[in-house]
Unconditional design. Structure first.
Length: 198
């Protein structure tokens, strides 16, 4: 899959993925280190030692107030970062409005919902398609399109694909004035009607 078409497939979650990857790697490394030490592969003396070094526990006991404040600050920081991460993951995906004319004194803006409705109507007119759903995603400068088509049983998928590319997507690119419109197309087959046997 090219980088251009990746924009249409999934919402941009690069920050969330990198954060999850870093946290996962740290936890895996901590688990491997605990396994290596606990199994005694680095010496039996280390395997029988307590989790916290006695020198560290003595230092923390001598500075109890400082340790509690530090633990509280770290806990609050973890809470804030976790809430921020959760809010970003639950935030609705951005549906861009496209500015087609930026001439001084005139400004022509098309909403993402209007583009999606027009593409959906065109896609539903394709032979073999029973219904369609479209969504414009990405940014104003680099829009992308997600399209889900439900096909009638026995529909010619190749003919549907060719008509979709030739008519629907070409019309969308021309209307929006863009050379490329990355599009992710998902095809669903309608369930066959159940027939009662008598």
């Amino acid at each position: 899959m090219s980088d251009r078409s990746a924009a249409a497939v999934a919402r941009s979650a690069r920050g969330e993925r990198v954060t999850a990857l870093v946290i996962g790697l740290v936890l895996v490394l901590a688990g491997v280190a605990a396994l290596v030490v606990g199994a005694g592969w680095v010496g039996t003396f280390r395997a029988h030692r307590p989790l916290l070094d006695p020198l560290a526990t003595e230092w923390l006991a001598a500075r109890g107030d400082l340790a509690r404040v530090g633990a509280l600050v770290l806990g609050l920081l973890a809470l804030v970062l976790g809430l921020r991460w959760a809010a970003g993951a639950l935030r609705p995906e951005h549906r861009p409005d496209l500015v087609l004319d930026r001439e001084p004194g005139t400004r022509l803006t098309v909403t993402g919902g209007a583009v999606a409705d027009a593409v959906r109507a065109d896609a539903e007119a394709v032979e073999g398609v029973t219904r369609a759903r479209a969504r414009l995603v990405g940014g104003e400068d680099r829009p992308a399109l997600r399209l889900t088509l439900w096909l009638r049983e026995g529909a010619d998928v190749r003919a549907v694909w060719e008509e979709l590319d030739r008519k629907v997507l070409d019309r969308a690119r021309t209307s929006l004035g863009v050379d490329r419109l990355p599009t992710a197309v998902r095809l669903e087959l309608e369930a066959a009607e159940r027939r009662r046997v008598r």
